[in-house]
Design a protein around this ligand. Sequence first.
Ligand SMILES: *Cc1c(COP(=O)(O)O)cnc(C)c1O
Length: 319
Amino acid sequence: MNQGFKSDLAAPEQRSVVQKLNHPTFNKYSVEVYIKRDDLIHPVISGNKWRKLKYNLNQVAKNKTIISFGGSYSNHIHALAFACQEKGLNSVGIIRGEASNADNFTLSCARKWGMDLVFVDRKTYRERSHLSFHKKLQTQYPDGVIIPEGGSNKQALLGVAEIIDEAKQQVAFDTVLTPIGSGGTLAGLALGTRGINKVIGISVLKGANYLQEEVKSLLAQHQYSENNWHIEHDYHCGGYAKFKQEHLDEILQIQQELDIPLEPVYSGKMFRALLKMLEAGRFESGSNILLIHTGGLQGLHGMVDRKLLKASDWQLPRF
Ligand SMILES: *Cc1c(COP(=O)(O)O)cnc(C)c1O
């Protein structure tokens, strides 16, 4: 039995729902579109971050210290802080930027859930994957377990792959669509398909050609070399966390038409990309497309506070 949210990270029976979506453009191009609502998988630990943390944290003994990295508005930092509190782990967030950001929505949640924040300048932050930096952290936190930025590592792929295992029992699909940042989610989904379905990642970063190698090397850690996945680079809307008013208008219209809560950094760009790709004839009629809602709605708060978005347009989560 599920014992409530306390056991969610450990509960193998935990699933997110799949919903069928209706939209005139889907009818026009004769495709069926479904969405796996990983934004609903946990009230706080949202979407793909829940999936990526699952096996990373299940292996760690109580009272250890998890160390990870992120920006001031990071979904990963937000999710990690709560997950560590639930699991009885200490957490340290190495944050890129100014300590004056410590009171923003994302980081005040993280602090409330017990995370220690360490602010570093951009130059130091660039060393977040360097062995020398990790050694320094390991000296500072002898019981520390380091998880990379975004949580994307070998263990993360196993959790993400379960999205596909679950979805196969819920609906028939041939193509999977996901937004991608670091590539861990795309890699995990590809792994989950075992080479059978096509997986398309919509890059939310501009000119991120390195992602190809990143995804390949994550998959190589699981001896996976199938080529049933690829990355679309034309739907970033200007770059990471960037967008113009016209993009926002499109995303808000989609949100209203589908009645699914979106944000403009990941899910909004994925939905916009789907419509553009349909209009460009990129999907055969009769395709069954499964979208992954990777969550990340907490990030809306930071964008509203910075006046990039109007609060009343979006569904801001409360914790
Ligand atoms: C982190 C994140 C992504 C990107 O996932 P990667 O595994 O880094 O590619 C996508 N969507 C949301 C909402 C995220 O928070």
